[in-house]
Ligand binder design. Structure first.
Ligand code: DXP
Ligand SMILES: NCC(=O)COP(=O)(O)O
Length: 252
């Protein structure tokens, strides 16, 4: 049976990180979004952090106005972010955990312990027609919790798997892939749409792309890192090729 299509969402956060290092306007994350779409991105992801360390409010407004592909708006489940999402109504809102002092997103959102706080946030986004995604740890009981909250989508956090790939820890790579596969299968069986992301590179994306329930990968940092040397279109083409090889089982 042919593999189902796998979408690529390009995260432009770290174009804004570079811009903010000097202030001013360059490089422009919205220009990066246009370039990513021209190179074959199916959607754009941007995370408006509470501290605005990379993406800023004006970037999200411009992404909403200027791009003609779905915007996956990553946000903490705060009143401020909910207000922005309800005003702008992006295609999707991905609820992520956020700690002011962290370097990057650490772990998935605690949707079991945080159920009471999250339920009204999910409900209001659902009512507004914004597709809710929950950025979570790949565990079957977490898939059950996402279903109970009424979110149509989960994004499985691939960070621990990617760190194991970088460390060359083969046993941990196998264990983390098995964890991702179990969660994807369980979540897919519950009717959730399965996405995955965080820390993926051309070297680690194949086995995640191979999981048949996974419909979308959101990738940013590695693409921007490669773009410095090869340009963004080439980085996206290389990532798509690695995704396709993993999906179709033609990877070496
Ligand atoms: C939620 C997630 O996995 C990414 O979007 C990540 O948040 C990118 O931004 P940071 O590097 O600031 O964590
Ligand atoms: N949700 C994951 C994402 O958007 C991109 O994460 P990364 O590739 O920048 O680590």
């Amino acid at each position: 049976m042919p593999a189902s299509p796998l979408r690529l969402g390009v995260n432009v956060d770290h174009v804004a990180t570079l811009r903010n290092a000097r202030g001013g306007t360059m490089p422009d994350p919205v220009r990066a979004a246009h370039a990513a779409i021209a190179a074959g991105a199916d959607g754009i992801t941007a995370h408006l952090r509470e501290d605005r360390r990379h993406i800023r409010d004006a970037d999200v407004e411009r992404l909403m106005r200027e791009i003609d592909r779905p915007l996956n708006f990553e946000m903490a489940a705060t009143d401020e972010m909910l207000g922005i999402a309800l005003r702008l109504k992006p295609h999707a809102a991905c609820l992520v955990p956020e700690k002011r002092e962290e370097r990057t997103t650490e772990g998935g959102l605690d949707i079991v312990g945080g159920r009471e706080h999250l339920a009204p946030v999910v409900a209001r986004l659902n009512e507004a027609g914004v597709r809710v995604s929950l950025f979570v740890e790949p565990e079957p009981h977490v898939m059950e919790a996402a279903r109970a909250l009424g979110a149509p989508v989960v994004e499985l956090h691939t960070g621990t798997y990617c760190e194991a790939v970088i460390a060359g820890d083969e046993a941990k790579v196998r264990a983390e892939l098995a964890r991702l596969a179990r969660a994807a299968e369980h979540g897919g069986g519950l009717g959730l749409e399965i996405h995955a992301g965080h820390g993926l590179t051309v070297d680690s994306v194949g086995p995640v792309a191979a999981l048949p329930q996974v419909r979308e990968l959101n990738i940013g940092h590695a693409l921007m890192a490669e773009a410095i040397f090869d340009g963004l279109p080439a980085a996206i083409r290389a990532m798509r090729a690695a995704m396709a090889a993993g999906r179709t089982g033609s990877a070496a």
